[in-house]
Ligand binder design. Structure first.
Ligand code: ZN
Length: 258
């Protein structure tokens, strides 16, 4: 089985605070280390489950969060920024998964819930259904008929992926009581849980269907500020109200457009 993993940092084990997810902040190195440990556990688990190709996208911020020289062999890693939103994903893969994932903007009891921007976006809808970054990636992968089979992140992200995609192997590495505080598994237990769930996801028969949407897709975005909606109108979006815009896009591969 060939598997593509999308990673983020807000849902990594032990990560709760802003200083752990922003470069040049005092605890950022800790955040990078925890994300790298999660990715390593997922890669080792997928390999043990029989995955024959694993590609992992460093998806947070500038795409330079992995401690690359600490990542295991047996996978390839996409580092840096630019080009397609999800580079090298195509129909040669069999399934996709998430590591370190967070839930969508507005989710209660979640660590850093947001959709693309904490400060700018109140919500995103695809054909009338509210989606976050989980939905965006699932829909993008759905273009290639690839189902989501694995997710590690906080408890809210696990619930979100299951509501959208069904019987995904999930690992809740933490449970939020505020956006910046959570009850976390120990590092050793998170390693074990991620490894085992990833192994099962690669080993078992796929129990989820690809997340497909009807095209063209209506993307609606609700911003926090009028000026942000104005910017979208200038690039061809239609205004719905002061802070909300909509646009029709031809393909699921345009799902990240705002
Ligand atoms: Zn992020």
């Amino acid at each position: 089985m060939k598997i593509y993993l999308c990673t983020d940092m807000e849902g990594a084990s032990g990560v709760t605070m802003r200083s752990e997810i922003e470069p040049n902040k005092e605890r950022y190195e800790f955040g990078r280390r925890m994300l790298t440990r999660d990715v390593a556990a997922a890669v080792e688990g997928l390999k043990a489950g029989g995955a024959t190709r694993i590609v992992v996208l460093d998806g947070h911020g500038g795409g330079d969060n992995f401690l690359y020289d600490e990542l295991p062999a047996g996978a390839e890693y996409i580092c840096g920024r630019g080009g397609d939103p999800i580079p090298f994903l195509d129909d040669s893969f069999d399934a996709v998964g998430f590591v370190g994932q967070h839930s969508m903007a507005g989710t209660p009891d979640a660590v850093w819930p947001h959709t693309q921007s904490w400060t700018d976006v109140l919500g995103v809808w695809a054909n009338g259904r509210e989606i976050g970054e989980i939905g965006q990636f699932a829909i993008y992968a759905g273009h290639y008929n690839l189902p989501v089979i694995f997710l590690s992140g906080d408890r809210a992200a696990c619930a979100e992926v299951r509501a959208l995609c069904g019987d995904v192997q999930t690992v809740a590495v933490k449970q939020a009581c505020s956006p910046t505080r959570a009850l976390c598994l120990s590092r050793a237990e998170a390693d074990k849980a991620i490894y085992e769930a990833a192994r099962e996801s690669a080993r078992g028969t796929i129990r989820t269907a690809p997340c497909t949407v009807e095209v063209p897709v209506e993307i609606r975005v609700r911003f926090t500020k009028t000026s942000l909606a104005d910017g979208c109108v200038q690039t061809g979006a239609e205004r719905v109200d002061e802070v909300t815009v909509r646009r029709m896009v031809p393909s699921a591969l345009d799902i990240y457009r705002m």
